[in-house]
Design a protein around this ligand. Structure first.
Ligand SMILES: Cc1ncc(COP(=O)(O)O)c(C=O)c1O
Length: 468
């Protein structure tokens, strides 16, 4: 039966009428993503990884089978062809984000983590400097604190407040206003939390920069379903992974950096490709200017043309349309889950993050509870979902701070467990130590190929946890 014939669909449309403006994506589902239905998959882990349309792969293969590409940066014809492809892709990425090439450069990396590492290892932290992070940053941002130089600076965390998991504007302002004496101050936050789906205000960028902060915007979870306009917003550093935006190719990400902010970074080493000159005898090297000075070794030059094709694909699918679709699906699913009750009237699900669709993306994180109010182990939920061929994600999604606050874990109990484990702890040891508490959650995230039928299947799956 076509999903549009169902009563549930009509009821959904009454509540979320703007979904009707996104039906062009159903045609894409039938053509570009037919493999999902052919293989019986319900894919709801788009924050983990996006899916590619079939034409992206086809077009890339056509390009590869009709081109001869050599290692870039030589004048021979095959090298020149590859060099040209890299340059075209850089230009296309900047255009996609409406970034003025006089202001921004595009540095290719292996993924968002690679881009974050570049900033972490090169930002000139020293004693008295500050690293300010929101609690809900991904591990690849939190990890910046572990560089030796950063340890000399002060790292502080702005809390997110459950159950909404947003940051209070007043609290943030307090943090931003402190440390006016510091020479170097880096403020890093996710445009969208990969844990709760909360979208933090992009207005923070201007506010923080006006107070002397350099701003690192981790856009990895935001850009697959939202437009980031770098003509309107001017973060110093932006990090992202392309596979999260359009599934293919994996292994390519980017650091988009303001030219001025890039000058502030000092690379701790050099490599093939990053220098314009080096001497062993004279013990000296000169870093290439701009993006090349940050790209170690040979770029993934056969895959970069596929990045352009992926951006074309997103453009033709329509980012605004995708945004509308994932938001309406997430809004509906949250409402239904929030209303789900056991026979004794107790809630089946507790959602982490705002229940409204404003200022959030298409990600829904939750835990399930039995009629006595005990949490259901998220690993059990995943096992049962696997039987339904539903690809959802469980755990803390590499976002320990958001997880700790959402799940109500206290610093003292975490430190107590750590001491008990001799300062080296596995997740399983931690789970045993905080016996009875959840140490992870369940996450559903929608994307370009999601349909109401997917959301309905997911809801039916969660209804299976009702008792009595
Ligand atoms: C918000 C956010 N930042 C950074 C990353 C790291 O991305 P990658 O694993 O592609 O380096 C992720 C991955 O899930 C993410 O969601």
């Amino acid at each position: 039966m076509n999903e549009r014939d169902g009563e549930e669909y009509q009821e959904f449309l009454r509540r979320y009428p703007s979904y009707a403006s996104t039906t062009a994506l159903d045609d894409l589902r039938a053509t570009e993503f037919a493999r999902l239905d052919r293989l019986g998959h319900v894919y709801v882990d788009y924050t983990g990884g996006g899916l590619h349309g079939e034409s992206q792969v086809r077009r890339h293969m056509e390009f590869l089978t009709s081109s001869v590409l050599g290692n870039p940066h030589s004048t021979n014809p095959t090298s020149a062809k590859a060099t040209e492809g890299v340059a075209r892709c850089r230009k296309r990425v900047l255009e996609f984000f409406n970034a003025d090439p006089r202001e921004y450069v595009c540095i290719f990396t292996a993924n968002a983590s690679g881009a974050l590492k570049l900033v972490g290892e090169s930002y000139p932290f020293d004693e008295g400097d500050q690293l300010l992070l929101t609690f809900d940053n991904h591990n690849s941002v939190v990890g910046i604190r572990a560089f030796d130089r950063v340890r000399r600076a002060t790292t502080r965390y702005v809390p997110v407040e459950p159950p909404d998991m947003r940051v209070s504007g007043v609290t943030l302002e307090g943090f931003l206003n402190e440390g006016s004496e510091s020479r170097n101050k880096l403020f890093a936050y996710p445009a969208q939390s990969n844990f709760s789906g909360v979208q933090h205000p992009l207005e923070w960028i201007e506010k923080a920069r006006a107070l002397g902060w350099d701003v690192l915007l981790d856009a990895a979870a935001f850009v697959p379903t939202n437009r980031l306009d770098l003509g309107r917003w001017h973060p110093d550093y932006v990090t992202l992974s392309f596979y999260k935006m359009f599934g293919y190719p994996t292994g390519v990400g980017a650091l988009l950096a303001r030219r001025e902010a890039l000058m502030k970074l000092h690379r701790p080493w050099f490599a093939g490709g990053t220098i314009s000159w080096a001497s062993v005898l004279a013990d000296s090297h000169t870093l290439s200017p701009g993006s090349e000075g940050f790209e170690d070794g040979t770029l993934n030059y056969t895959s970069l043309p596929a990045v352009e094709l992926g951006l074309d694909f997103l453009d033709s699918a329509g980012l605004d349309r995708i945004h509308e679709r994932v938001n309406t699906l997430a809004g509906w699913l949250m409402e239904e889950l929030a209303a789900l009750r056991h026979g004794n009237g107790k809630r089946v699900a507790r959602i982490y993050g705002p229940l409204e669709t404003r200022g959030r993306g298409g990600t829904v994180a939750m835990n399930l509870y039995d009629p006595q109010g005990n949490p259901t182990d998220h690993r059990k939920v995943e096992e049962r979902a696997n039987d339904w061929k539903i690809s959802l994600r469980t755990g803390c999604f590499c976002n320990p701070g958001a997880g700790e606050l959402a799940l109500g874990l206290e610093r003292d109990e975490i430190v107590g467990c750590l001491v008990q484990a001799g300062n080296r702890m596995t997740v399983d040891e931690f789970r045993q130590c905080v016996d009875g508490k959840s140490t992870g959650a369940v996450r559903i995230s929608f994307g370009v190929a999601s349909t109401f039928a997917d959301a309905l299947t997911v809801l039916s799956f969660f209804k299976g946890f009702r008792e009595g």
